[in-house]
Design a protein around this ligand. Structure first.
Ligand code: NIG
Ligand code: FE
Length: 388
């Protein structure tokens, strides 16, 4: 079945061959969807005949957001910790233990219901692809079950057994690294595409992180790294060295870190929800973009450091506080996320791409930053199916 969305005031394709600038902007546009794919893009007046037509009414369309970093398999929340932080306490990785205890105690059904709740929330805000991680189980059984639950809802599943050292191994961190690179990895690798490690003081050091990422690679997983969130450290350069798809956070960077990213193929994924929710310094997107680094924007949705599922909110923060233009932020939240997941079928609207798109209640994509906090997503198609 084919559907034409006609009378689009401004269409972001992210395909410069289709329109103006890096966003490939087409004015007065139409998109034709056939099955789960984009079949045609062009001027609305020239749209071919289709089974159905939807009149966009002079509103904008963007590719569905690609949220390439989230932690959605968990139970409970951390309201008290957030409250304490907003009264002056600082964020530390230790809070993760609270969520680990709640997650271990939850049934599979409760974890899945929670995941679905946040996915629905994200979809309403235009997210059509999301990556999500384990990391709140920290036993072989609990990490593997988190990945199984996630894999029922997305292809982009990340093994994060190395989120923090499990409480049982507090006196034997290297013993925990052996578990994460041994029995736990054997049980988890079949359910995941990616391997991640929180490389940070209080979590895993550079040598431990390298061992974990290399072990994941031997099991066919591709690395991504939580790097340089809370302070300077080896994470970013390690990510580039091991060929990670993405170095995530990138808040505290030296010139050598920026150079490494600029020379490598690793995407820098910035997560402004985390800086917002921990009152930390903003990552400097401008510095990365000016150095030629590919930048993605994602939510990092998790109950501790960034409890937002809203990509439009992250776009607005990135524009207001990280030196991005609205065009750059929208690109990073769509095509940038796709690059961080090494995907070419999503994050852009071009013939043959997946028909994942959001219709905004606004005349252009710029309104995502210009009208912060306003729910502008009025319809979403995912794999060609209207979901909203
Ligand atoms: O990406 N940095 C490590 N992991 C999460 C925080 C998880 C938590 O606090 O529960 C993050 O910010
Ligand atoms: Fe994270």
């Amino acid at each position: 079945m084919s559907t034409a969305i006609i009378n689009i005031s401004s269409l972001v394709t992210n395909d410069p061959s289709l329109g103006e600038g890096p966003l490939g902007l087409v004015q007065d546009a139409a998109v034709v969807i056939d099955g789960d794919r984009v079949a045609w893009i062009g001027e609305s007046s020239k749209a071919p005949a289709t089974d159905n037509a939807v009149d966009a009414g002079g509103r904008a369309v963007v590719p569905g957001f690609v949220d390439s970093h989230s932690h959605l398999v968990f139970a409970g929340d951390r309201t008290a910790e957030f409250n304490a932080r907003m009264s002056g306490r600082s964020y530390s990785a230790g809070g993760i233990r609270t969520t680990v205890a709640a997650t271990r105690a939850a049934t599979d059904e409760a974890l899945e219901a929670n995941l679905l709740r946040y996915l629905t929330e994200a979809l309403r805000q235009g997210t059509t692809t999301f990556e999500t991680k384990s990391g709140y189980g920290l036993t072989t059984h609990d990490e593997a079950r988190a990945l199984r639950i996630a894999a029922a809802h997305t292809d982009e599943v990340t093994y994060l057994g190395a989120h923090i050292v499990a409480p049982e191994f507090a006196d034997d961190p290297d013993g925990y690294v052996s578990l994460v690179t041994g029995e736990m990895l054997d049980a988890c690798a079949p359910h995941a595409r990616w391997v991640d490690v929180f490389c940070e003081k209080g979590a895993f050091d550079g040598d431990q992180a390298r061992a974990i990422l290399e072990a994941g690679k031997r099991h066919g997983l591709v690395p991504r790294v939580h790097a340089n969130q809370l302070g300077h450290g080896p994470g970013v350069q390690l990510a580039v060295e091991v060929g990670a798809a993405s170095a995530d956070h990138c808040t505290h960077l030296t010139d050598a870190d920026v150079d490494a990213l600029a020379q490598g193929t690793t995407v820098a994924t910035l997560l402004p929800g985390a800086e917002f929710s921990t009152r930390a310094q903003w990552p400097d997107a401008r510095r990365l973009l000016d150095a030629g680094v590919t930048v993605a924007l994602s939510t990092d949705c998790n109950p501790g450091s960034s409890f937002t599922s809203s990509m439009p909110f992250c776009v607005a923060l990135a524009v207001r506080d990280m030196g991005m233009t609205p065009d750059e932020a929208v690109w990073s939240a769509t095509a940038g996320g796709a690059a961080a997941l090494r995907r070419t079928d999503i994050g852009r609207l071009t013939p043959g791409a997946r028909a994942d798109l959001a219709l905004l209640d606004a005349p252009s994509h710029v309104h995502l930053a210009y009208r912060p906090g306003v729910p502008l997503v009025s319809a979403v198609w995912r794999r060609g199916v209207r979901e909203l």
